[in-house]
Design a protein around this ligand. Structure first.
Ligand SMILES: Cc1cc2nc3c(=O)[nH]c(=O)nc-3n(C[C@H](O)[C@H](O)[C@H](O)COP(=O)(O)O)c2cc1C
Length: 206
């Protein structure tokens, strides 16, 4: 991978359902050679355990991926940060990163970002990403949505974030949960102009 195409991404995982979206994004990102700063909220950790049987306290992520999906070469570097660490590198705008992705994004974290309430490293890094005018992609997951959720989504969109809702399409005929998750991950990468082959391009009839 050329130096220009290698990205430095911040990935935040919060306590909304859909931990598999995060797993698949991390897998694809690291295998494509991108460096990732990862921060997982307490409830994000809980959902990774409940939905994916991944305990970040006891399992090494690379080994866990190899066991679940078969061995793969990951040339990207993964750096883990604690949610409480407000003096982490990614809490400062002086540390250059290409973009930040919150996947999945809970309504609580969405509210924090919408209010500029940077109480933990996820919210702080998102706040910094917006103030530095770098791409921020949120993958919210909740249903149904109340007016507060909808207003918060509009607020962050107006502030420059891109919303990629966890709403996979079915026209690609997904065969597995991984296919469904990869559809959303591919959408996130497309928004960020990151090349991927996570799903085939739509074949138009014209
Ligand atoms: C099993 C489980 C599933 C949850 N799913 C969602 C969800 O889909 N969307 C959401 O906004 N919150 C969901 N929550 C609630 C959040 O985890 C909770 O609001 C938490 O405070 C979020 O904190 P965080 O954003 O710092 O991770 C869920 C909680 C649990 C225990």
């Amino acid at each position: 991978m050329s130096v220009e195409s290698k990205k430095r991404l911040i990935v935040a995982v919060t306590g909304a359902s859909g931990a598999l979206y995060a797993v698949r994004l991390l897998k694809a990102g690291l295998e494509s050679g991108h460096d990732i700063d990862l921060v997982v909220s307490d409830y994000g950790k809980r959902l990774l355990i409940e939905e994916c049987d991944l305990n970040l306290k006891t399992a090494e992520f690379g080994a866990w991926l190899d066991e679940r999906y078969g061995p793969a070469k990951r040339t990207g570097k993964l750096t883990l940060h604690r949610e409480q660490d407000l003096d982490a590198s990614i809490a400062s705008g002086s540390q250059r990163r290409h973009a930040m992705i919150v996947i999945p994004c809970s309504m609580k974290t969405l509210a924090g970002i919408a209010a500029g309430f940077a109480a933990n490293l996820v919210e702080r890094a998102a706040d910094v990403t917006l103030k530095e005018r770098r791409p921020l992609v949120l993958v919210p997951r909740e249903t149904p949505l109340n007016l507060i959720h909808l207003e918060n989504l509009m607020r962050v969109a107006r502030a420059g974030a891109t919303i990629v809702p966890a709403m996979p399409g079915f026209y690609q005929k997904p065969q597995s949960m991984e296919d469904l998750a990869d559809f959303i991950v591919g959408r996130v990468f497309s928004v960020l102009d990151i090349p991927h082959q996570l799903f085939p391009a739509w074949k138009s009839s014209d």
